[in-house]
Design a binder for this molecule. Structure first.
Ligand SMILES: [Zn+2]
Length: 190
């Protein structure tokens, strides 16, 4: 990661020191203003040249902004994507190299401790990890709750007993019917 500039203290932008720094900077800028390249887009009002201070692409912020030329004209282009992405990739690469160097320099014992630490510490913010664990815990609890049989009320138990009796009676009836049918066939063909 590239080093970040330290954040100035609160109220810094209102301080006398900030004002003096800002004054020097704006004076220096104003002194060179006339030498900076100008936008040469044609003005719609009178056909003259735009003359605003140009950005890196030779046009001002009005004429050379985020909308590219050609077939991609309708696609919004986030500012300076390529350079930003490249910088991030470079940062990642640099960090990886640094890590590899540190790992190479480790003794076997240190290396083992590092590997053990990695097993218990996944990359990413701790808060995310904590939230994930909490979610998993809640899911487990809910599943356990679903598996647990519901406590039976006296009414439900009574109903279950009635159902059991009826089922028993139905079985008896069916058996009786079967016997009757068998007797009947025996009667005809036996
Ligand atoms: Zn312009």
């Amino acid at each position: 990661m590239s080093a970040r500039r330290p954040t100035p203290h609160a109220g810094w932008s209102q301080s006398a020191q900030f004002r003096s720094v800002a004054r020097v900077a704006i004076r220096a800028y104003n002194a060179t203003r006339h030498t900076l390249p100008k936008c040469e887009a044609v003005r719609r009002t009178d056909g003259g040249l735009c003359q605003q201070i140009a950005m890196g692409n030779g046009r001002c912020y009005l004429h050379g902004g985020r909308t590219p030329k050609g077939k991609d004209w309708h696609k919004p282009q986030p500012g300076a994507t390529a350079t930003k992405t490249q910088r991030k990739l470079k940062d990642i690469e640099r960090a990886a190299k640094k890590r590899a160097k540190r790992l190479d320099a480790m003794t076997l014992d240190e290396r083992k401790r590092y590997e053990d630490w990695r097993k218990t510490h996944r990359p990413g913010p701790r808060a995310t990890e904590r939230a994930k664990r909490a979610q998993a815990r809640e899911a487990r609890e809910r599943l356990a709750e679903m598996d647990r049989p519901a406590p039976q009320t006296a009414e439900a138990q009574a109903l279950a007993a009635v159902i059991e009796t009826l089922r028993h009676q139905a079985q008896q009836l069916k058996a009786a019917q079967d016997t009757a049918t068998t007797n009947l066939t025996d009667g005809i063909f036996g």
